[in-house]
Design a protein around this ligand. Sequence first.
Ligand code: SF4
Length: 476
Amino acid sequence: MKHKVLIRRCDRYDPGLIAGIIAEGMQELGAVPRGRVLCKPNVVLAHPELFPHAFTRAEFLEGALRAAKAVGQDLEELAVGERCGITVPTRFCFSQAGYPAVLKRQGVKAHYFDECPQVPVALGHAERLRGEMYLPRPVMDCDFLINLPKFKAHPWTRMTLSLKNFIGLQDDRHRLLDHNTFLEQKIVDLNQVVAPGFIAIDGIIAGQKMMLTPDPFDLGAIVMGTNSCAVDTVGCHMVNLDPSQVLHLKMASRRGLGPMSLEEIELGGDFPLDQVQAKTRDFQFCLERVDDYFAGGNLTCTVGAFPEEHSADYCWGGCPGALQEAVHILRSYYPDVDQRMGKVRYVVGRVEGPLKLAPGEKVFFAGACTCWQGEIDGQPVKIESDYPLYRQRQAREAPSNDLMLKTCQAMANCLKSRGRRWLHAGGCTMSVADHVHYLSYLAGVGNPNFDRRTLLPVTMAYWQMRGRRAWSRLSA
Ligand code: SF4
């Protein structure tokens, strides 16, 4: 039996129009939400001016909620759950995305996954990364999961559609574990333990190149289906991309989670694939190594070798990609940052030989796997790797990636490095937020983590999150 995927035209963020399209999609696909229904949008980061195209829009969420109510039967609960990215409290991103008004209007509960109990889930399949992974309680308790991704290119995995959206199921402690050269496998593991009952991708305005700061692309489409591999395969073809170029899709399909060929998919809807492809001929991706991407500017990169055998030449899911996102965040906050920043060399991986630094150029040794030995300003410098091979790390022992703790650690590390022009920041993976801290310090530019436009609401959301998390532990 072929999996059916629908591409529907939708040219504006009108909740009524979107609700009608999604309700028709649910009916055509035979997807009837029942029992405890959980909607999982992509709210990796949100702000109306700084990050306007990174997230599933509030109007789209509202349309999906209305459709779920119209088509659903025996609904016990209708909720929205997410863990946004880069250690920022989900409450902050929900509020910036305009979600609270939608939740209130629709009488729907929010599950902030960073505030929920995390439940261990056993994995049994042969290709798994680990024997267990952690997921928030509301995900494990729901009867019907509606996946609501944003249609975006991605600088680490080429695309983020349905399969990749499940990275936002995990809290920070577990999310950054294996968010390195194992990212693609991790995505597949998440999809092995959780399956959506229905998927609707917000492709009305799609995102190009970056995932936190994408360039908008007027795609005018909603993509719907019930199988993540089938939906992602169609999503790739919509932007003229061979699905086998998306590694997690290839791995998921090989594991039997769904098809990766159009021959195994029945296409429907009112937006023919060839018309979509004609429209997206100039859709832009950004899967570039940082040493190429930043060549010629004040920030340059020296990339060495990486410790895991399957990916010794580059770490696609980890620190280098976080640097790219960090630079784009700096540009979002301070558009002239490229002109104002001092020279910085980013060094990652096992690097040998002299760095040939320019006068005054600062050095940022990034990540646990980075090692180098040589002289800077006539002084011997030895950076040693403390990278733990992934099998030596346990999910239940994953370190905290708490926002305040990480900020304090980064500030202390910066203070420690005063008087010299280099610093080493460890961790695997080093988060985007950490990259922002260190890069802004070394480059001598403002730090968006302390920017007045977001500092107060992020801090308030953080303390609310800590309070709610403590309450949920006490009442568990
Ligand atoms: S520490 Fe090394 S292996 Fe780990 S995410 Fe960073 S670059 Fe990748």
